[in-house]
Design a protein around this ligand. Sequence first.
Ligand SMILES: [Zn+2]
Length: 260
Amino acid sequence: MKIFVAVDMEGISGIFQSEQVSPGSRLYEEGRRFLTQDVNACVEGCFAGGAEQVVVRDIHGGGNHFVWEDLDPRAEYVRGATERERLPGIAQCAGLILLGYHAMAGTREAILEHTMSSRGWQSFRMNGQLTGEVGIDAGIAADHGVPTIMVSGDDKVCKEVKRLLKGVVVAQVKIGLACQGGQLLSREASRDLIVRRSSEAVGKAPSIEPLRVKSPVTMRLELVSRGNLPHLDSKPYAKIIDGRTYEVTGESVEQALRRL
Ligand SMILES: [Zn+2]
């Protein structure tokens, strides 16, 4: 059984402010260490739960945040850009784990909430429903019939994913109290929780349904600022809704996302 782990940074245990997730910032190095520790806990749990192969994709901006020499040697790691697929090889996997994810843009008291880009994206809808990154990535896995089996992050992202996916396992490592603040489990407690929940999720994978997304998939993006709509010469398929909002449609979640 092969498991795919996509790891973002905002929902990693110990992280509560943007300086920890921004390369070059004073607290970034500790953020990378925390991320690597959560990855190792998750990989450990996956193998304990019966996985035979684990691929971990660094999906936070730029895809270059692991402390390379500290990673668990049993998994393989995707770093940097990927030209074709956001989750390369997901079609061959039995389940997707979203590690260190965060709630969608606009969620109150959610640690570092945003959808794809806090500067660019005001709100995002997939087939008419307000959707965050857990919904997008669960949708890409679902394009290939693959279930999203676990999410880790704060209480708000856990709530968001439970509304979307029946039977999904969550590892709530913190409670959001503001966009840049929260009540956090200790390092040790988060580690134990991630190991246990990852193992449980792998065991349950065959019984968890993929996210249901109707095709064709429509994505509507409201931008933060005016004047940034795509030009119809470059995206002739885009439908302009208003001065800050446009819409695209695709056969799959991944295709619609690429067209955006
Ligand atoms: Zn991120």
